[in-house]
Design a protein around this ligand. Sequence first.
Ligand SMILES: *[C@@H]1O[C@H](CO)[C@@H](O)[C@H](O)[C@H]1NC(C)=O
Length: 250
Amino acid sequence: MFTLYSFILLSLVYITHSENGFLPPYISPCELSTDKFVDCVKKQIVNSLPKFTKGVPEMGVPSIDPVHLDNIEIDGNGLKLSFSEAAMHGLSKCRLTDLKVDIGKSEETFSLAFKGNLSLVAKYVVDGRILILPIQGKGDALVDAQGVEVKIDSKLVHVKDTSGEHFKLATPKYKYTIEKTTFDLKNLFNGNKQLAETTLQFANENWQQLMDELAPPAIKQIVRTVVKAINKFFSKVPIKQIVIGYKESQ
Ligand SMILES: *[C@@H]1O[C@H](CO)[C@@H](O)[C@H](O)[C@H]1NC(C)=O
């Protein structure tokens, strides 16, 4: 008897989930017909950002804090620098700084900007020079980037499956600004403290030079990861479940 009940109960739960899709309790749908629509979407994002970035296992949305990055290698201007086993922390503490949603028209768009402090923990190998100063070493690296603002502009397209129509961010473009970066590279010059201190101080005074090389591949991966997480979410929720009053195309 018990197993039969469990079976029926499980089936019901399964059907409910597969027909309506699972929506985390911190996200409620927004009504398209009112002029408060964008404010409502904004509220959902602000509310869910700290939790969503930690992942939604029920929807297969992975945690993006930390973001595990592919190896970053820069080789130019006389400097070879690589980071491996890199993890970027801080997305869950970023705040939303801009949001534009344009839906219900023939071309739909979704833009958002977020800002916060991001820190990169990795293994580094460096050899060459920063401007005039030689730098060489390998070990643990901590890169603290403060006031990082990333703005993503994307088209919204629709994907259909058996549960209905879904949004998908397509051809996202992005730009970023960074206020300040601090590098802490352990074990520079094989642990020669005096050389290491001078060089690190110089690197930090000229952080912009280093970040001009370093930030593009890192930000590119961050944007890709964020877009992937959002699209995973969209793929699990039909549009009509998050946007009340949305007319699906036939
Ligand atoms: C970012 O870091 C700076 C310097 O450590 C700090 O003053 C600021 O409050 C931090 N911002 C956030 C959003 O945590």
